[in-house]
Ligand binder design. Structure first.
Ligand code: NDP
Length: 478
């Protein structure tokens, strides 16, 4: 074998990943695709890359140095299973098969188990950054055996994005089997929340302050210089400044306001529900996209009454500062919730995941890349036992500074009839955690009343039940 790494699946992601690999010192890349012409065309288009084109799976196996290391970049689901099986039949024990597609982590757990039984190291690798990331440097989230990572890790380090702060490659051994794809899933959920929060900030400036898209772009540019510095804020400013190429004003005003989704955001929420972890910021972001894409209900909504006009803001500069603080605070909540889901997933599936490492590898290459992530890494470094990001002094302080303005923003939105589901739910989460007493005590008594589900007391051990339909005395449940 001549190549140290192979890529199969020559659609846009696989082609770009193969080109990225080939451009790095020390790599020789074998390429393969079900439809062979695509691999041949890529090699012909990029003669300098030195690609080794493999026509069959056997050719592919023969082209690779041992232990063979191959990345699969094909459609998630059944096609991925088909390609894994095809490779496993021609690979040998000790070889490494990497799935770089957007797999469901439970499929990754199953595939890893099946391939381990055949002696093959299977790695489920989350890849973020889209086409451009694949070509220039993605954030990589590989999960699998330590043995597989020993060979794969150094290769992945050659292509990963590098953090601007310290030049470190955005890749780490996330954990065993499905850990990488799980973390990639949560990344996408956080991405939904981040985008929704920015959308709400935009809507408040537009509808309450009456600002133009170009004026709002200037505000986002300004915010991008501070603690909100991030790729998403940066592209938001660019998008808002874009005029309709067909003429006649800002493009955003011509775009159908129905948001699409490919499903990873809802996976994040579904798994959070299963794990019992509130990820309310992410959930509201997913729901907001669904609502936007429901013309039937939105048509009904056009007939419903609301406030006549938005509230009058005394000092727009103060309100802008409030929005900025609210955005930062709600973002802290969304990330805290996402990291809670990662911790809960690690607990349930037996992964040893270092949250600070996850924040570290999200600092570049991926969609949620931001200065903020370095702060999260530092928070976990300062306190490796950190239960919630809200417990980190740096974030507690930011929340404390922002909370009054955050309330003014949510209140103004409510009075003005502007929906801010993510700002509002994150504030509710913050206040719920702050509350010394929650109405959950009432919930417990209701449950005991209709279902004899019992309750615990603050002043005694054990479980209790009231004889609601009898003499209403309390009995101790054994
Ligand atoms: P596609 O998801 O469109 O998949 C196309 C590739 O899959 C082609 O190479 C095709 O081969 C191959 N394929 C499909 N069915 C089979 C099969 N039954 N057997 C063998 N090969 C098959 O390609 P993308 O490049 O868009 O995405 C690749 C993976 O990366 C996907 O899992 C996707 O979800 C993920 N992805 C990740 C992104 C990210 O930002 N991380 C962005 C986009 C995608 P052929 O040419 O013969 O048809």
């Amino acid at each position: 074998g001549r190549a140290n790494i192979g890529v199969t699946g020559m659609a846009v992601m696989g082609s770009n990943l193969a080109r990225n690999l080939a451009s790095r010192e020390g790599n020789t890349v074998a390429i393969h695709n079900r439809t062979t012409e695509k691999a041949e065309r890529l090699a012909a288009d990029h003669p300098d890359a030195g690609f080794v084109v493999a026509r069959t799976a056997q050719d592919f196996a023969d082209a690779l140095a041992r232990p063979r290391t191959a990345v699969i970049m094909v459609k998630a689901g059944a096609p991925t299973d088909a390609v894994i099986n095809e490779l496993a039949d021609v690979f040998e024990p000790g070889d490494i098969i990497v799935d770089g597609g957007n797999a469901d982590f439970r499929d990754t757990i199953r595939r890893e188990r099946e391939l381990r039984a055949r002696g093959i190291n299977f790695v489920g690798c989350g890849i973020s950054g889209g086409e451009e990331g694949a070509l220039l440097g993605p954030s990589l989230m590989p999960g699998g055996s330590a043995e597989g990572y020993a060979t794969l890790g150094p290769i992945l380090q050659t292509i990963a994005a590098r953090a601007p702060e310290d030049g470190e490659p955005c890749v780490t051994h996330v954990g065993t089997d499905g850990a990488g794809h799980f973390v990639k899933m949560v990344h996408n959920g956080i991405e939904y929340a981040d985008m929704q929060l920015i959308g709400e900030a935009y809507d408040l400036m537009r509808r309450i302050l009456g600002m133009t898209p170009a004026e709002i772009a200037d505000v986002f540019d300004e915010w991008n210089a501070g603690e909100l510095d991030s790729y998403l804020i940066e592209i938001t400013a660019q998008v808002l400044r874009q005029d309709d190429p067909r003429g006649g004003g800002p493009l955003i005003d011509k775009v159908l306001d129905a948001a699409g989704a490919k499903g990873t955001g809802s996976w994040t929420v579904q798994n959070a529900l299963d794990l019992g972890v509130p990820v309310s910021g992410i959930a509201e972001a997913v729901f907001a996209r669904s609502l936007s894409s429901d013309p039937a209900r939105r048509a009904i909504g056009q007939e419903l009454p609301g406030p006549e006009r938005p509230v009058r803001v005394e000092d727009p500069r103060v309100f802008l500062a409030d929005i900025r603080g609210a955005l930062h605070a709600a973002k802290i909540i969304a990330y805290a919730q996402g990291f809670d889901e990662i911790a809960a997933g690690a607990g349930k599936y037996g992964w040893e995941i270092h949250p600070g490492e996850i924040a570290r590898i999200w600092r570049a290459g991926c969609i949620i890349r931001a200065r903020f992530l370095g702060t999260i890494t530092q928070a976990y470094a300062d306190d490796p036992g950190l239960v919630s990001l809200l417990g980190a002094p740096v974030f507690a302080e930011s929340l404390g500074k922002a909370q009054q303005g955050w309330r003014r923003v949510v209140a103004a939105a409510v009075y003005s009839g502007v929906p801010v589901p993510a700002f509002a739910t994150s504030l509710a989460y913050y206040d719920a955690l702050r509350s010394p007493r929650l109405p959950a005590a009432l919930t417990q008594l209701q449950r005991d009343f209709f279902g004899a589900h019992t309750y615990r007391r603050t002043d005694d051990e054990g479980s209790f039940h009231v004889l609601w339909s009898g003499d209403r005395s309390e009995v101790r449940e054994s």
